[in-house]
Design a protein around this ligand. Structure first.
Ligand code: PAF
Length: 281
């Protein structure tokens, strides 16, 4: 497994890999890797000849400087995990100056997709995600790129980015991977105290229960119920819970409305902010 830090070397290595043809699957990450990331790699390795993983904590997508400072980083451990899994051809781990030799002044417009939920609570977040993903796509030039459904809104924004950039890269969504108690795997979980970690499992527990109650409760009542249940736990503070159309991400007001429906939540536990989502079918 090659570890590459400069974009020139990455491009060079990519063309070497592809001298005899084949496809590149790309898994962009911000490191602090866990089983969720490894499941993206598994999915990539299944359908690609070569897998490239990036590890880059992208400063432009953090609207809160403390969040950026505290974001977990452990490159050595990440590299050992990837090497152990044996499916990665190259890891691209650039420095901030390699990705942003000068400030990226691009402003993307994803319309309503970037204005709801995460977009409303983290101003500029999706612009930063789009900046780095479009740069990484230009450097890595993958055939397919793999993203987890835990970041449900990010996935919708990236699909839109690819359309706007008229890119041929196929975006492959991968299911949420959960701990045995249901907590969605996230790099941020390591920031939870032991006590917070126990309470964090209530988030998915309440979402699963909500999915059962869907048959008997209207959308607005179920939404209120979820928020109340979460806030009843003294460790949890809901930022939002919304049941939205799974394509437009616009709020749904009735179960009879056409299209898929997704319940998306953001919760603070102490200083840690977690997101999760669930499909209502
Ligand atoms: O989902 C993430 O880890 C990040 O938002 C991504 C896609 C790697 C961009 O920095």
């Amino acid at each position: 497994m090659k570890v590459i830090t400069s974009r020139e070397n990455l491009r060079h290595y990519r063309s070497m890999l592809l001298t005899e043809g084949g496809t590149v699957g790309f898994v962009p990450t911000m490191g602090a890797l866990h089983q969720g990331h490894l499941s993206l790699l598994d999915a990539a390795a299944l359908v690609s000849d070569h897998v490239i993983v990036s590890i880059f904590v992208n400063p432009t997508q953090f609207n809160d400087p403390n969040d950026l400072r505290n974001y977990p980083r452990n490159l050595e451990k990440d590299l050992a995990l990837l090497a152990g899994q044996g499916k990665t051809a190259a890891v691209f781990a650039p420095e901030v100056e390699d990705i942003y030799p000068e400030p990226d002044l691009r402003r993307f417009d994803f319309g309503p997709l970037e204005k709801v939920m995460e977009g409303a609570h983290r101003p500029g977040h999706f612009n930063g995600v789009a900046q780095v993903v479009s740069k990484l796509f230009n450097i890595v030039e993958p055939h397919k790129a793999f993203f987890g459904e835990k970041d449900f809104q990010q996935l919708a924004v990236i699909r839109q980015l690819v359309l706007q950039e008229q890119s041929k890269i196929e975006i492959v969504p991968c299911p949420i991977i959960r701990e045995s108690d249901g907590l969605a795997m996230s790099s941020r979980n390591v920031l939870l105290s032991v006590e917070e970690r126990l309470h964090a499992a209530h988030i998915s527990g309440i979402l699963f229960k909500a999915r059962e109650l869907r048959r008997t409760m209207k959308v607005d009542l179920l939404t209120e119920w979820v928020v109340r249940q979460l806030n009843n736990d003294p460790f949890l503070k809901v930022e939002y819970f919304q049941i939205v159309d799974d394509k437009t991400l616009m709020p749904v007001d009735s179960w009879t409305q056409s299209g898929g429906k997704q319940g998306c939540v953001a919760v603070k536990i102490g200083k840690v902010r977690l997101i999760d989502n669930i499909k209502f079918d």
